[in-house]
Design a protein around this ligand. Structure first.
Ligand SMILES: C[S@@+](CC[C@H](N)C(=O)[O-])C[C@H]1O[C@@H](n2cnc3c(N)ncnc32)[C@H](O)[C@@H]1O
Length: 231
């Protein structure tokens, strides 16, 4: 397991400053992604979905939602949470990669690419290319640009918190991040950053025709979302 997957595999209060933050975060991205579901018959894949606390909202917009999570404890919690929802399956990355070609209308990779090396992302783009229907779409969200990423992330969190009633918890949460494993892992393994041109070139090389969406999915407007279709 990569160190970032291990980091995400246990209950921690570093990324989400409290339960309200986690719930509002997942509701916001589920609502944003839902707008891209092309029809009520759509097969949707959310890869690296994390705790995905609002996936029932997303599943309701299409025919079936496959959640893919590499972290085993998070995956077990997802399976338990959605056991009663026949529109949601929970897969390992290997199970997802083994699905037949052309299985999905919409594939989402949100806030995951920064934890992958460039080669790992290329490999995933190839898998997604095979799994997408010819008229399907891949959404790559929360791409972190190279400049001023940390201050932008802090400011975006504080604004999101102020708008959703957890501002003081967010201030404390930011202080906790400074003494957390997140910064140690970031220093050791780094995060992958792409500017708009680099991500568009990467998607083109992987066989997609892509554009940058007018706004990012989720709460951080300084990060970028890309919409890619098989070329
Ligand atoms: C910030 S969370 C994103 C969760 C969710 N998509 C969201 O937007 O809130 C990052 C996710 O990336 C996953 N991840 C990190 N490194 C990975 C890797 N090498 N392969 C697959 N998933 C990975 C983690 O397990 C975690 O679920």
């Amino acid at each position: 397991m990569s160190d970032w997957i291990s980091f995400y595999d246990f209950k921690h209060s570093v990324i989400y400053v409290n339960a309200r933050h986690r719930d509002v975060h997942y509701r916001t991205i589920a609502e944003d992604i839902r707008a891209y579901v092309p029809s009520p018959t759509a097969q949707v894949l959310d890869y690296g979905c994390g705790e995905a606390a609002s996936s029932d909202l997303l599943a309701a917009a299409g025919s079936h939602l496959t959640l893919v999570e590499a972290a085993p404890n998070v995956r077990a919690a997802l399976a338990a949470r959605y056991a009663g929802n026949p529109k949601i399956s929970v897969f390992t990355p290997e199970e997802a990669a083994a699905q037949p070609a052309g299985s999905f209308d919409l594939i989402v990779l949100h806030s995951v690419a920064q934890y992958l090396t460039a080669a790992e992302l290329d490999r995933l783009l190839g898998i997604f290319r095979r799994l997408l229907k010819a008229d399907g779409m891949l959404i790559i969200g929360d791409i972190v640009p190279p400049k001023l990423a940390a201050p932008a992330a802090a400011l975006a969190l504080l604004r999101f918190a102020a708008a959703n009633g957890f501002f003081f918890a967010a201030v404390l949460g930011l202080m906790r991040i400074f003494v957390s494993d997140y910064l140690r892992l970031k220093k050791t393994f780094g995060l992958s950053h792409y500017d708009e041109a680099a991500m568009l070139a990467k998607l083109k090389a992987a066989g997609y025709a892509a554009t940058r969406a007018t706004r990012n999915i989720g709460h951080n407007p300084w990060r970028m979302t890309f919409l890619a279709r098989p070329a």
